[in-house]
Design a binder for this molecule. Structure first.
Ligand code: PCA
Length: 201
């Protein structure tokens, strides 16, 4: 049986919920013969990576798919690249605010996602879920976690597919945000299901 690690983040930036964790919690434990291990992550530099690495070390995962909120984005974003830098004006949930800080000394400047991002986008569109390949996961905690997953895979488990999915706000989060875009939880859960199936097919 194939095994996939899927992560979602706790809320941050003054939000009461994070759609990534809400959607991950709603996924079943098995999807067509693929066993899912669901992992909540804190929005904290360092700690998020440590928790991810501890879990990756426990199981022989076929894929690791990390999910995070990207408020303002209009569709499901399959991230193509992770860069080896933390740089933020907004502090994380424990007040850390790294500027121009290398994530891992001696590691490459960047990694490409090893999830099949283009095929996933095609499958999502076939299901009428708006989706694009994104060329930046930012330099905040999501990029930090994506870089960590890809660096671990490159060093220890090259056969494991790894990547990151940014998702829009949920409708409940944008009621007082003017024209900010959102996507229903139902569609996000459906999207994650398609991503898991495509990543393991
Ligand atoms: N989004 C943030 C971190 C946690 C999350 O859900 C980001 O895009 O970096």
């Amino acid at each position: 049986m194939k095994k996939v690690l899927i992560t979602g983040f706790e809320p941050f930036g003054g939000e009461a919920i994070n759609p990534s964790l809400e959607a991950v919690k709603l996924l079943p434990d098995d999807i067509e013969g693929v066993r899912l291990v669901k992992l909540p992550l804190p929005v904290v530099f360092g700690k998020s990576a440590d928790i991810l690495l501890a879990t990756l070390g426990l199981g022989e995962f076929d894929a690791v798919i990390c999910v995070g909120q990207a408020g303002g984005r209009t569709s499901i974003n399959l991230e193509r690249v992770a860069v080896n830098v933390d740089d933020t004006k907004a502090p994380d949930n424990e007040g850390n605010q790294p500027i121009d800080k290398v994530i891992c000394e001696g590691a490459p400047d960047g990694y490409f996602a090893t999830l099949p991002v283009k095929s996933i986008v095609e499958e999502l569109k076939r299901a009428e879920i708006p989706a694009v390949v994104s060329d930046t996961a930012g330099t905040y905690v999501c990029n930090h976690v994506m870089f960590t997953a890809l660096h671990y895979a490159a060093k220890h488990r090259p056969e494991m597919k790894a990547g990151f999915v940014h998702i829009p706000y949920l409708p409940a989060q944008v009621l007082d945000k003017g024209n900010a875009p959102s996507m229903s939880l139902e569609n996000i859960v459906k999207a994650l299901t398609i991503i898991i199936k495509t990543a393991t097919s």
